[in-house]
Design a protein around this ligand. Sequence first.
Ligand SMILES: CC(C)=CCC/C(C)=C/CC/C(C)=C/CC/C(C)=C/COC[C@H](O)COP(=O)(O)O
Ligand SMILES: CC(C)=CCC/C(C)=C/CC/C(C)=C/CC/C(C)=C/COP(=O)(O)OP(=O)(O)O
Ligand SMILES: [Mg+2]
Length: 302
Amino acid sequence: MPPAAETESSVGDGSPPGAAETARGLLELTRPGNILSAGILTFTGSFVAAGVFTTPYHVLAAVLATVFATGAGNAVNDYFDREIDMINRPDRPIPRGAVSARGALAFSLVLFLGAVVCAVFLPVEALVIAVVNLLALVAYTEYFKGLPGVGNVVVGYLTGSTFLFGAAAVNNALAPSVLILFGLAALATVTREIVKDVEDIAGDREEGLKTLPIVVGERPALFIGVSAMVAAVGASVYPYFNSGFGLAYLVLVIPADILMLAACVQSFEDPSAAQKRIKHGMLLATAAFIAGRAFALTGPVV
Ligand SMILES: CC(C)=CCC/C(C)=C/CC/C(C)=C/CC/C(C)=C/COC[C@H](O)COP(=O)(O)O
Ligand SMILES: CC(C)=CCC/C(C)=C/CC/C(C)=C/CC/C(C)=C/COP(=O)(O)OP(=O)(O)O
Ligand SMILES: [Mg+2]
């Protein structure tokens, strides 16, 4: 398999991409849907932890830091994954020649710098989370992704940490309602990451990665993933009964739970469709968190 272009980029006919193709490729490297979702998760963490914001500029800085960090993590992941993606995802910007490997790396470094610039304005507890997360994002692909289950847990922590980060920006990172949202997002993300590893097993095996499905087998790995999702679904009623989230939360989170559990069953036959359906359920659950806090039962959310 010819290596992805390191310094020069060229599209299908060998000609260099135009400026528009390169710009589209750079935007695509950030995975815009993910950076938007991640920013919403951080905002939700602040919203759940503080309700009406006493420090709106800290919330804005935290949301922007999350957007930059997520974009940087996605871009540097595609840089390190450029050989695997020649097999698994040839349509991505680097393997298709829209962006050179070196260009993607430089772009990710600029985004990492943007995250740091935003994070330095935050309270120290939020700054600590940002530093840990940025180091984890740089190290993920090279050091954690190829270790069975470890990479899945790292991505699960990073996703769930957005709630902690938003809450830390308003000096309330350890609110029980925030901690439960962290756990729900982390567990559900671990499940989706395992399903994605089953989907990507061919390219990962060719690159010598020891992902969970490669080490323990696809079905045992999926059973581990389903167990994590069952635990998350079971815990998803906690915010309604113990944190003061209103009925609007249940009305939205129950369909989300059903959708994600159904996707887990589907993952044994069609992991590609299943991982996408899990993501849809996650987005519906995010709406449940926001609605639950917005229409909270009388009294504070704890
Ligand atoms: C049981 C229950 C109620 C769970 C709630 C789960 C929840 C709200 C999860 C939040 C997930 C979410 C909206 C994540 C968006 C932010 C993000 C960047 C996630 C990390 O994604 C890593 C993934 O490998 C990227 O792959 P892809 O999505 O295919 O680009
Ligand atoms: C709160 C702060 C400051 C940071 C958090 C940033 C967030 C939300 C990170 C979420 C996880 C994330 C974006 C990880 C980046 C690496 C990544 C894309 C992992 C999954 O990649 P692969 O395992 O290679 O799978 P694909 O490339 O096929 O998606
Ligand atoms: Mg990748």
